[in-house]
Design a protein around this ligand. Structure first.
Ligand SMILES: Nc1nc2c(c(=O)[nH]1)N[C@H]1C(S)=C(S)[C@@H](COP(=O)(O)O)O[C@H]1N2
Ligand SMILES: [Mo]
Length: 326
């Protein structure tokens, strides 16, 4: 017997048939608001077609030219894994916490101040920062000191583009990244797990290395909040914690800055923190890693590579004892 039912022609029920009415209406008005946002926004923004409601807030698309010089051949981590397995302690210390809690982060308006030992200090809003240099897509490995890694298509441009604009003085030897610390937006700020704001630092030559990416998006879209929206740094040859999220200030300094992890546990986290399979963290071996998404029962761990495989950075450390400067 034929059962006749209304459909769009592909046999599937209409969304209005399977979704409670209020939810359906709320979605539609949210979609409309978002459509308005796309027109009034940076002009760079257009909303993604992926059903953003699966993950929470919809994310704006961010156009970028793939840069074939910066691609790793390993299989990409899924967007779902990359956006639900995160370290972002301002939103909680469990891996699932940031995806659940970071909805309260307000990423617009957002400004980033660049100050210290520079001839041209400046404060840029997020749109000016996004337009400062052509956006590139680069597929990088990111390895956490805890022993897991991912492969993510990031969007941004070399931090050196920004450094060029502010003209560091001859005194500038280090760069410090200061991130947002707002207890009204970040439930984890109440926990004293780290000293807030979360800060990180690089030597100026590390910051100027073309691999160091001022990062505004991933997977063709702006960054999800839990991944460090609206702007973070990615330093792919260093452990994940060097890649500070939600940056509000970049300071150029004469002296090496303190960093949040180094303050909390200096014997565990050094200033350099280069990925190095030969120098173990006191609690975790650094010789191998678990690639997120490959964690079946019989899956072998991967060998961790010196500098996470980014050998072109080796000259930055010529003559340095990397066991001492870990
Ligand atoms: N502000 C801030 N930035 C941060 C962290 C953090 O807790 N707060 N965690 C770091 C750590 S330990 C890692 S491994 C990476 C994780 O980045 P991802 O969530 O995009 O993979 O972010 C780094 N940046
Ligand atoms: Mo990490």
């Amino acid at each position: 017997m034929l059962i006749k039912r209304q459909s769009h022609g592909d046999g599937l029920p209409l969304p209005s048939e399977i979704t409670p009415r209020e939810v359906f209406d709320a979605r539609r008005s949210f979609m409309k608001q978002m459509a308005v946002a796309s027109v009034t926004g940076a002009g760079l923004l257009e909303f993604a077609s992926r059903d953003a409601f699966a993950q929470g807030a919809p994310l704006a698309k961010l156009a970028a030219r793939p840069n074939s010089s910066y691609v790793v051949m390993d299989k990409q981590t899924s967007f779902k894994d990359a956006s639900t397995y995160n370290n972002y302690y301002e939103f909680g210390t469990d891996k699932a916490d940031p995806a659940q809690n970071a909805g309260t982060l307000k990423t617009r308006p957002w400004t980033i101040a660049i100050e210290g030992e520079v001839k041209k200090p400046m404060t840029l809003d997020i749109d000016s920062l996004t337009r400062l240099a052509p956006l590139e897509e680069r597929i990088y490995r990111l390895r956490c000191v805890e022993g897991w890694s991912m492969v993510i298509p990031w969007i941004g441009y070399s931090l050196s583009e920004l450094i060029k604009k502010v003209e560091p003085t001859s005194n500038a030897k280090y760069v410090e990244f200061v991130t947002l610390a707002d207890k009204n937006q970040m439930p984890g700020i109440g926990d004293r797990v780290l000293q807030w704001p979360y800060t990180e630092g690089l030597r100026l030559d590390e910051a100027n290395h073309p691999l160091t990416l001022l990062t505004l998006g991933m997977y063709g879209e702006v960054l999800p909040n839990q991944n460090g929206a609206p702007v973070r740094i990615i330093v792919p040859w260093k452990y994940g914690f060097k890649s500070a999220k939600s940056i509000v200030k970049i300071r150029f300094l004469k002296e090496q800055p303190k960093t949040a992890w180094n303050i909390s546990a200096p014997q565990e986290y050094g200033f350099y923190s280069n990925v190095n399979p030969n120098v173990d963290h006191p609690r975790w071996s650094q010789a191998s890693e678990r690639r997120i998404g490959e964690d079946g029962f019989f899956t072998k761990k991967r060998k961790t590579l010196m500098f996470n495989g980014y050998n072109e950075v080796a000259p930055l450390y010529a003559g340095m004892d990397l066991k001492k400067f870990f």
